[in-house]
Design a protein around this ligand. Structure first.
Ligand SMILES: Cc1cc2nc3c(=O)[nH]c(=O)nc-3n(C[C@H](O)[C@H](O)[C@H](O)COP(=O)(O)OP(=O)(O)OC[C@H]3O[C@@H](n4cnc5c(N)ncnc54)[C@H](O)[C@@H]3O)c2cc1C
Length: 624
């Protein structure tokens, strides 16, 4: 395919978004919903909001991102609820900070619903075309050009190109220029990114086979149903989605592992065909068998891809082995002995940029008006992509409206942790969000995402009135309940109730809150004293956590206040680190590369140690 020499003005708009999957959809909606005339481009309209890998939204820490996107006025949570096949709360055996929602999504329905939302959004035009060039004048974006010669003049472009830039799929020794699932790759834009100053590197990810559900023997697997009585992704919904379809659990075995080890020399991961870096936390089955030799079996989840298809996603068995080896591998798994493979697993390599070149607003440091979001930033995952898309779209909109940037701190949101990690530390492998990355996770729970973010979403113009009123009502009810929980229970009744939990006679009055602090479940208190049943589940949940974890939360807020003091020590934009006496050479180079905004960010740069931060602190103090 060639790149047309003839050009014509396709559209003049304020902003363009290149890519219409998780990052692109949120970016385009954030721009258009805040009044920006936006054009959304994709290589194929049928790939809008496509789930190329696991048919699910959410998971550990990813559920937090979805709730935060929703609280800020984004779309992923709403569509995930509306197209869920089942929904579960993960890590219920652990603390509230790490409990995460995960929905099995109907892939085709997710695509259709998000496409419908985009097509019905004012200020938004959608076009199927490959973007081949970013047009720049005096370090300012002035438009984009397609391979067909169409020019879209605009002041901002959000690049959400995912796994398509010079995309190559690899299965065995077969390497093809391709996007996921046979969609066309993007063959021209990478050169334009390099021409305007981006550093480009190559990452890789992989996906498992899809098998025909009619050929799976589910009697050899453990059924896994969704959870009842949990809350939904979106704060705009009162009830969690209905559980329509189960998943199934099975395992690999020593025979599976043997087949892999016997054919490792034919794996493109081990014969040098694939040289790029893959996701550490979503490894292929080959890598798992090699890395964990002592493990006799690995969990495999059989996940339905949709209500209108027989395709089943074999989660946990991502592979790029040759087809004949894949056939043997899958058939060795209990329940898959007679499985027909409808789509074989494969790996995909693609170009992505170095995020040390972008600002916390996700704007490129070298060219104003160029933003990057999603997999192009070296992350892996639908939720990580959507969060970046929303923030890049919002910041482009704010800049076009002449308003100050919107950057979330690490103590405000997982989105803040995600973007700060990318622009301060960078990443040398596909970055996946995890709760362990968030030092303030006790305060950044799923259940309180709206209390942390909806006001901010309102201030930047993305949260609509109906969402804002729901938030105000929930907040009002929550504060009312917190007050009511302080109500003292008559001594005699309290003593009798507490005895049931092995507590002796309490000295002095006892409130419901005191009982919660004794880890007595709120639902037991409600049932016994017949109180608080008028409050909705999501209000009860947040109030119970706030009271029960009061001590930890207090410590958490104190840590946040301490961290904030360093965040508030702003570093001048024109600072010359090479002139500051006492800074180590490595620190000077790293500080000059990242150009941190404040002392807090400076301290998080790898290679900048606490002694360097003290030198900067003294330097700052002597300037004022
Ligand atoms: C095979 C495979 C396996 C994966 N495995 C995992 C996994 O195990 N775990 C995980 O967390 N994530 C995985 N992912 C990643 C996950 O799919 C992505 O993180 C997510 O889809 C990224 O979303 P995105 O919006 O950044 O980009 P993508 O979903 O890649 O979408 C990019 C969009 O950009 C468009 N586009 C690209 N270039 C151009 C251009 N020049 N002009 C016009 N349009 C363009 C495309 O048409 C598409 O609409 C996998 C992805 C693939 C493909």
């Amino acid at each position: 395919m060639s790149n047309s020499k003839h050009t014509f003005l396709e559209y003049s708009a304020q902003a363009a978004v290149v890519g219409a999957v998780h990052a692109g959809c949120e970016a385009a909606l954030a721009l258009a919903r805040t009044g920006i005339d936006t054009v959304l481009l994709t290589l194929n309209l049928d790939s809008i909001a496509f789930l190329p890998c696991n048919p699910s939204i959410g998971g550990t820490a990813k559920g937090h991102l979805v709730r935060e996107i929703d609280a800020l006025g984004g779309e992923m949570g709403i569509v995930a609820d509306d197209t869920a096949l089942q929904i579960r709360m993960l890590n219920v055996g652990k603390g509230a900070a790490v409990q995460s929602l995960r929905a099995q999504s109907d892939k085709n329905a997710y695509h259709r619903e998000m496409k419908r939302v985009l097509e019905n959004t004012p200020n938004l035009r959608i076009i199927q075309a490959e973007v081949s060039e970013i047009l720049v004048e005096n370090h300012q974006c002035v438009g984009i050009k397609t391979t067909y010669g169409g020019v879209i003049s605009c002041q901002a472009v959000i690049l959400c190109t995912g796994v398509y830039l010079n995309g190559e799929t690899i299965t065995g020794q077969v390497v093809q220029k391709s996007g996921p699932n046979g969609f066309a790759p993007a063959n021209y834009l990478t050169q334009s990114l390099i021409d305007i100053g981006f550093k480009v590197r190559r990452f890789k990810t992989g996906t498992p086979a899809r098998v025909d559900s009619r050929t799976v023997d589910y009697s050899k697997c453990e059924i896994q149903n969704g959870d009842e009585d949990i809350y939904p992704f979106s704060f705009m919904h009162d009830k969690a989605p209905e559980n329509k379809m189960p998943c199934y659990l099975t395992y690999t075995n020593l025979q599976t592992h043997g087949i892999i080890m016997d054919n490792l020399d034919r794996s493109p991961l081990y014969d040098g065909t694939i040289l790029s870096t893959g996701p550490r936390y979503c490894p292929s089955i080959e890598t798992k068998v090699v890395r964990f030799k002592d493990k006799e079996r690995h969990q495999i989840f059989l996940e339905p891809e949709g209500a209108d298809t027989l395709e089943v996603y074999v989660q946990g068995m991502s592979t790029s082995m040759p087809h004949d080896v894949q056939k043997l591998m899958y058939k060795s798994v209990a329940g898959l002995e007679n499985a027909d493979i409808m789509r074989y697993g494969y790996a995909i390599e693609y170009d992505c940029i170095d995020t040390l070149d972008v600002l916390p607003t996700l704007e490129f440091k070298k060219v104003s008006g160029v933003y990057t979001a999603g997999q192009i930033n070296g992350t892996s995952g639908y939720e990580e992509a959507a969060a970046q898309g929303l923030m890049a779209g919002l910041n482009a909109s704010l800049k076009l409206r002449g308003l100050p940037p919107f950057v979330l701190r690490r103590d405000e949101a997982y989105i803040g942790v995600l973007i700060d990690d990318l622009v301060t530390k960078g990443t040398d492998e596909p970055y996946r969000m995890m709760t362990s990355r968030a030092e303030h996770r006790i305060c950044l729970r799923q259940d309180n995402a709206d209390f942390r973010l909806t006001e901010k979403g309102k201030e930047v113009g993305l949260v609509r009135e109906d969402r804002y009123q729901r938030y105000l009502l929930r907040k009002e009810k929550y504060e009312e309940l917190l007050r009511s929980l302080q109500t003292r229970v008559p001594q005699k009744e309290a003593t009798a109730f507490l005895a049931g939990y092995g507590y002796g006679e309490p000295s002095g009055g006892v409130s419901y809150a005191d009982m919660l602090k004794r880890s007595i479940p709120l639902k037991d208190i409600m049932a016994h004293f017949n109180v608080f049943s008028e409050y909705p589940k999501n209000v009860l949940e947040t109030a119970e956590i706030t009271v029960k974890y009061e001590g930890y939360l207090k410590q958490g807020w104190e840590l946040i206040e301490k961290a904030k003091r360093l965040e508030e020590k702003v570093l001048p934009e024109d600072i010359n680190y090479h002139e500051i006496h006492g800074l180590r050479l490595e620190a000077r180079e790293k500080l000059d590369r990242v150009r941190p905004f404040n002392l807090g960010q400076a301290g998080r740069i790898s290679g900048v140690n606490p002694a360097d931060v003290s030198v900067l602190m003294v330097w700052l103090a002597t300037r004022t």
